[in-house]
Design a protein around this ligand. Structure first.
Ligand SMILES: [Zn+2]
Length: 409
């Protein structure tokens, strides 16, 4: 699962509801919208699909895979799930009134959507929303009344997936919380193609790369007497391509980004432990230096990626500025949503350190620096965004807490 930043105020025109539409939906009747009719004919060209595709980086919001064709997924299902066998808190009458609600529309692959279907279990202590709330604002997924349902299914637009899910070297996705467990179950996140063909494949490839890097290092410099500085430099040179690839894989635009983070930060568990004894011995000799090399080089790669992405980000920003009569409020909103994912990628490494962040953007043009600083302030002042290195602290504690639990998932 990936973290998605969606602006709930920026509703695509195809699903914008009139006062009349809201009243019709409230009465339990259907409202016809253009995007439903276009599902097969216009497909990905429709504005709604285009916006979702862009927001989700052509990636499934649940499994993080790039498995087209994608579907517009209703987080709260439109249809009822009244089956007698279902537990009381799994029964519901459907949320047909939310079928055009922007915050209820996610982007998902067919397999995840097909696994979940109309299931919508809520926590036993949750309060089921049985009918449309009186205030239209309360129809939003982040409204207090909707959150009060305590849904089990994680929402990539509202939850921090890394607090609930983590990975094992076999490619299995594991849970750290009850909601994580239920999400894996609902969307079948441990299905064969995801575990074996996608995640295990990525892990095996990283393991092979590190095996090769360790062998190359041993054969090239193993017998040489090198100063510590030279030793570290040679090691860095050998590991550069691997670290580069694993950092790039962590960007929010890439599939299985959370897995890439786990591989790089838990390399002993994901890669080294499965290698033959003689290769493990090579790693053991350099183990004390590995963390330094990984941190330093990861930082360099991330900063380089950030700077490389700047021209494209600013082009998009300028397109917004050039729009006629864009208000300061709208501009700030666009600025915030444009940079949140960038900061998310960046601060995971730098731990949300403002000083370090500003230091690293010093080489950019003054106008770019000014806008970046403005965006940073806007994002930090918005209580919804947490700029803390969640993965760095949580990942380790989750792993320790749940070590050995894989067999039970
Ligand atoms: Zn999926």
């Amino acid at each position: 699962m990936i973290k998605i930043w969606k602006n709930y105020d920026h509703v695509p025109e195809e699903i914008a509801l009139t006062f009349h539409d809201i009243e019709v939906l409230r009465c339990g009747q259907a409202v016809s919208k253009q995007y439903q009719k276009d599902e097969t004919s216009i497909g990905d060209l429709s504005t709604l699909r285009g916006m979702l595709r862009h927001l989700y980086h052509s990636t499934c919001g649940y499994c993080e895979g790039k498995f087209p064709p994608y579907q517009i997924e209703h987080y709260r299902p439109r249809k009822a799930k009244p089956t007698k066998s279902a537990m009381q808190w799994e029964k519901h009458a459907g949320y047909a009134w939310l079928c055009h609600e922007w915050s209820n529309l996610l982007y998902s692959c067919g397999a995840c959507n097909g696994g979940k279907l109309n299931q919508w279990p809520i926590h036993v202590s949750g309060q089921r929303v049985q009918k449309p709330p009186a205030e239209f604002q309360d129809w939003r997924a982040n409204a207090t009344i909707m959150q009060g349902e305590k849904p089990y299914l994680l929402n990539p637009e509202l939850d921090a997936p890394e607090e609930h899910l983590y990975f094992c070297p076999t490619g299995t996705i594991c849970f750290a919380t009850e909601r994580g467990e239920e999400t894996i179950h609902l969307c079948k996140l441990n299905r064969y193609d995801l575990v074996i063909r996608s995640r295990k494949y990525i892990i095996d490839q990283a393991r092979e790369d590190i095996r090769q890097a360790l062998l190359n290092f041993d054969q090239g410099y193993g017998g040489q007497r090198l100063s510590q500085q030279a030793f570290k430099q040679k090691l860095t040179d050998c590991f550069k391509p691997l670290i580069c690839r694993l950092v790039q894989g962590q960007l929010h635009t890439e599939p299985f980004s959370l897995l890439h983070w786990h591989i790089l930060h838990d390399i002993e568990i994901f890669c080294i432990a499965q290698l033959p004894q003689e290769i493990r011995a090579i790693f053991q000799k350099m183990a004390p230096l590995w963390r330094d090399i990984q941190c330093e080089f990861e930082e360099q790669v991330r900063i380089a990626l950030l700077k490389n992405n700047m021209p494209e980000i600013f082009t998009r920003l300028m397109a917004i500025v050039e729009q006629q009569a864009v208000s300061q409020e709208k501009f700030n909103q666009e600025l915030k949503y444009l940079f949140i994912p960038v900061f998310y990628d960046f601060v995971f490494l730098l731990g949300g350190n403002q000083q370090q962040f500003f230091h690293n953007i010093e080489g950019l043009a003054p106008i770019q620096q000014k806008l970046l600083k403005q965006a940073w302030k806007l994002c930090c002042h918005d209580g919804r965004w947490r700029f803390q290195p969640i993965r760095q602290t949580q990942g380790v504690s989750i792993r320790l807490k749940h070590a050995g639990k894989e067999a039970g998932t």
